[in-house]
Design a protein around this ligand. Structure first.
Ligand code: FO1
Length: 320
């Protein structure tokens, strides 16, 4: 298998992104994989700063995540949440006892002035994660989901309301003032990046905040680094999460082509290759018309071997 010579950057949000990052981490030598995590899902809750997309990547690569949910820790107990419920506190966002240690520790470090990057790096060291994991920014960016029932912070839409409200748009509070995380900016400026992999994450609430931050997508395009994206929609379905429902409510075709068209419209010339599942092979011509090469492979990741196989296909593409 061909591996790129230089550093590889993955853009990740949610469970699907973490799965591909695990496959990439399995294949790449220590220090070669860099992961930019979406932080627009983050929110303040119970006085804590919850960073789901960072924690999902760290827990997954650290081998401690709950394998069924994809988020949170394996083997959790729920004593504190039950006690919080007794106190009348919010319990809709399920924080296990050991996961709470992460949030309490992070809240303390942030309160002492540590950056989110520094806290994330320390957590990665504690979990013996070999990839370099960064928040997309150390400045706060928060997704607001505009729905028929009003504007909702992302976790209120996703968890409290279980994605039920009809979506008609998104905005990212704080985006204009936020600065790209320093290591990511250095990585781009170094011109050593072998490639960028946009993981099969939700294009609207996971990938858009990262690419739209601080002219990041324009910086990537100008650097001429090869960029590929893996479709998060397979045969008209999202493998996990609300991407398909959002696309339908936004009147976009709920297909891999619909995702490619979203990326082509908002980030023209950025993505060189779009990776789709065999079940979407008939969509190749339509995606090529958007100016992208198309790679057809297995993009559904159930077992570890599937994650490694998709990672290998992506890395091979970056070597072409
Ligand atoms: N997702 C849920 O659907 N229900 C939950 O109660 C929940 C709790 C939770 C706690 C910590 C954490 O890191 C993630 C958690 N998630 C939960 C997942 C999270 O909402 C999503 O994975 C991301 O925000 C989507 O990108």
């Amino acid at each position: 298998m061909n591996l790129p010579a230089g550093p590889v950057l993955a853009l990740s949000g949610g469970v699907g992104g973490a799965k591909l990052c695990l496959g990439l981490d399995d294949l790449l030598p220590a220090g070669q994989l860099h992961i930019a995590c979406n932080t627009a899902d983050d929110f303040g809750h119970l006085g804590l700063t919850i960073c789901p997309d960072i924690d999902t990547v760290l827990y997954t690569l650290g081998g401690v995540s709950n394998p069924h949910q994809g988020w949170g820790l394996d083997g959790e107990s729920w004593q504190v949440l039950a006690a919080l419920e007794q106190l009348g506190a919010d319990s809709w966002f399920r924080l296990g006892d050991r996961d709470l240690a992460t949030h309490l520790w992070r809240a303390g470090e942030l309160a002492r002035g540590a950056s989110l990057s520094a806290v994330t790096a320390e957590l990665g060291r504690r979990l013996e994660v070999q990839a370099a994991v960064y928040p997309m920014s150390d400045d706060p960016v928060r997704t607001v989901v505009h729905t028929a029932e009003g504007d909702l912070p992302f976790q209120h839409y996703f968890v409290r309301e279980q994605c039920r409200p009809r979506v008609h748009g998104f905005s990212f509070a704080g985006l204009d003032a936020a600065v790209l995380q320093a290591n990511l900016a250095d990585l781009c400026a170094s011109r050593t990046l072998a490639g960028v992999i946009i993981c099969p994450s939700n294009p609207f609430v996971s990938i858009d905040p990262i690419l739209q931050l601080d002219s990041f997508w324009q910086t990537l395009r100008e650097s001429q680094v090869p960029v590929l994206a893996v479709a998060p929609i397979v045969a008209g379905q999202a493998l996990k999460g609300p991407a398909a429902k959002m696309m339908a409510e936004l009147n976009l075709p709920v297909t891999a082509t619909g995702v490619a068209a979203h990326y082509a419209e908002h980030y023209p010339g950025l993505i060189g290759t779009f990776v789709v599942d065999h079940s979407d092979a008939t969509l190749v011509p339509a995606i090529q018309k958007l100016g992208m090469e198309v790679e057809v492979t297995v993009t559904i990741m159930r077992e570890r071997a599937d994650k490694q196989a998709l990672a290998a296909a992506c890395l091979e593409l970056l070597c072409r």
